[in-house]
Design a binder for this molecule. Sequence first.
Ligand SMILES: Cc1ncc(COP(=O)(O)O)c(C=O)c1O
Length: 381
Amino acid sequence: MKGIYLDHNATTRPHPAVIEEMCACLENGWGNPSSSHAHGQEAKRILDRARAQVAALIGADPQEIVFTSGGTEADNQALCSGMAVAQPGTLLTSAIEHSAVLDTCKALVTQGHGVHILPVDSEGIVDLAQVAAALEQPAAMVSLMLANNDLGTLQPVQEIARRAKAHGAIVHTDAVQAAGKIPLDVRELGVDLLSLSAHKLYGPKGVGALFVRRGLNLPALLHGGPQERRLRSGTENMPGIAGFGKACELAMSAMKARSDHSRRLRDLLERSILEGISGTRLNGHPEHRLPNTSNLAFEELVAEDLLMNMDLEGISVSLGAACHSESRKPSPVLLALGRSDAEARSSLRFSVGESNTEEEIHRAVAVITAAVRRLRERRTR
Ligand SMILES: Cc1ncc(COP(=O)(O)O)c(C=O)c1O
């Protein structure tokens, strides 16, 4: 499909080498990796290789990787299973987590767990003093995303993990958006649990992983067979896992080039809009953020109108998390930053990726500039 795709935080197009790996797995690695015969062992070899590739991306041991059906399942397992074994206390999380975390927290509250939602500052960063104050009360777990999907803002997870661990809490981070875009090391971060999703890093949808630090014994969420060390029963999604492994291998080798490319194009896009179109402003932190993400407010406009205008011209952008796009509510992330309803409704998320070019950015800027002018003129008529 032609068009200019500037929505890489929603999903990415699978890399050709990923597709190749998945097809090869379907053709030659279709055995059940739990079978002891040759067909099973060939599948097991593919599974082991993918596990090692995913582990390498985050500095983990392969035995610490549990394959899941995606980031949502990894978040659910981290919080539900984590709270089942954590010391007594509340679960600390932030107001701008993905719904896979916030809705799981709501479910945990109905089960009698305490949840404390930490606010963020006007640039989307959790205040360390607030974390320290919250840790004065008994904390069972801390779950903080590494990078926010709407803003790209990075949280000081390493520092917060250090403080939380000193209080005996289990630490989880949702690294779904960060993985593949910035270097990650679970030991440096000091986390016990970390969620990943393949489709955000040029892998397939419906597959992800949870890093579970060695020595942390979690109960299963899905019960059944002995797969994934009994932590996640069910015959493995082999083509998905093979593709995920390949995507992680590519992300490692191309991280610097991808990140430089994204930053250059993102900055070009952002600068052109902020300097060329009046009444625009950046949402989120200008520096502490992913290299590919820019969330911009267009004063006096309803971003949905702008998005539709751009879509008609073949340019795909978003209002924020894909899972909120149907609710027509303003982004809860922007409201948490203290933006008004109108400001939140006037904001668009641009997330660039590997295949974008400078020409595409120039074309996108021209389309946005013309659409903003048209929409503003219509308002004043
Ligand atoms: C930060 C974050 N966490 C979790 C998820 C959910 O991942 P998945 O789509 O693999 O379930 C997403 C997807 O948008 C995300 O951005």
